[in-house]
Ligand binder design. Structure first.
Ligand code: ATR
Length: 277
């Protein structure tokens, strides 16, 4: 029920039609009887600045920020959390009396989804495929825990730059290459492998890794919200697999708690995302 007092939370994306976040957050607001409502906003890149001015003018309480705005939004915010500054991307904004504060809950979301699978990253050897925004968020959270954190990226320069950046956290960073990720000895030594690239979005994509080189018990994650060809192949050889739905849930839980200051109803939010989460 929308009332005169209802606070609005939005999501800015372009496109935004596919988003699962309104269902997840509105289910949580309703369950707790909180006077909030979550709505999608399709914001073209050229309108991002005026859309954020609108947030201040309309007193909208908070936002999620999704593709393609996570980096572009930064110059228009007033404050940034340490994490969001380091990662260089924002997925959550809180409006405090016209001051827009930026956060990044993707890294913590990934870590919590991993823990929920019973996987501890501490002391583990990790391979991250990709060096874009998602890799920066996951890498920031993981590299402080892992004993070794290897980065592979199609464009080696970007991979090297991410390694250099993550070194500043004190992580034990290594740059990987095409030969290494096709080497059974190297791959067998990795405890956790995470695909952060868009390879796998389409069923016809050939995975970046040859899953026949993997072993039973290795953990293979894909940030795409479904069973990708990589996850299917990894499951066949006995790996523990995880898609991106758990990360979507837990980044949402952290964002909800930032906006409302109230503990999120995780199971209600999980249910809104479907059984596979
Ligand atoms: P996101 O914010 O989701 O991480 P991004 O910043 O655009 O998106 O990054 C996309 C990542 O997927 C990059 O690491 C990209 O590799 P490049 O730096 O070489 O472009 C990777 N990627 C996308 N398509 C790919 C493909 N077909 N093969 C290998 N890597 C791919």
């Amino acid at each position: 029920m929308i009332k005169g007092t209802t606070k609005i939370i939005g999501i800015f994306g372009y496109p935004v039609e596919h988003t699962k976040s309104p269902a997840m957050h509105n289910a949580a607001f309703e369950h707790l009887g909180l006077d909030y409502c979550y709505v999608p906003f399709s914001v073209r890149p050229e309108n991002l600045k005026s859309a954020l001015d609108g947030i201040r003018a309309l007193g909208i309480a908070g936002l999620n920020i999704t593709v393609p705005h996570k980096e572009a939004v930064i110059p228009f915010l007033d404050e940034m959390s340490e994490e969001a500054s380091f990662i260089g991307a924002v997925n959550t904004v809180k409006n405090e009396n016209g001051i827009l504060n930026g956060y990044n809950t993707d890294g913590i979301g990934f870590m919590r989804s991993l823990e929920e699978k019973g996987v501890q990253a501490k002391g583990k050897k990790v391979l991250i495929l990709g060096a874009g925004g998602a890799a920066r968020a996951v890498g920031y959270a993981l590299c402080k825990e892992a004993s070794e954190c290897h980065i592979y990226n199609r464009t080696a320069e970007k991979g090297r730059a991410l390694c250099g950046h993550l070194l500043k956290t004190g992580g034990n960073m290594r740059l990987s290459d095409n030969d290494l990720i096709n080497d059974k000895g190297f791959l067998s030594g990795m405890d956790i492998i995470i695909n952060t690239t868009s390879v796998g979005l389409s069923e016809s994509d050939t995975p970046l890794l040859n899953a026949s080189l993997l072993n039973t018990g290795q953990v293979v994650c894909d940030l795409v919200y479904k069973q990708t060809p990589l996850l299917k192949a990894a499951e066949k050889v006995g790996c523990v697999t995880m898609d991106g739905l758990g990360m979507l849930l837990w980044q949402g839980v952290a964002a909800f708690e930032i906006w409302t200051g109230t503990k999120a109803p995780v199971e209600v939010m999980r249910k809104s995302l479907g059984e596979s989460c």
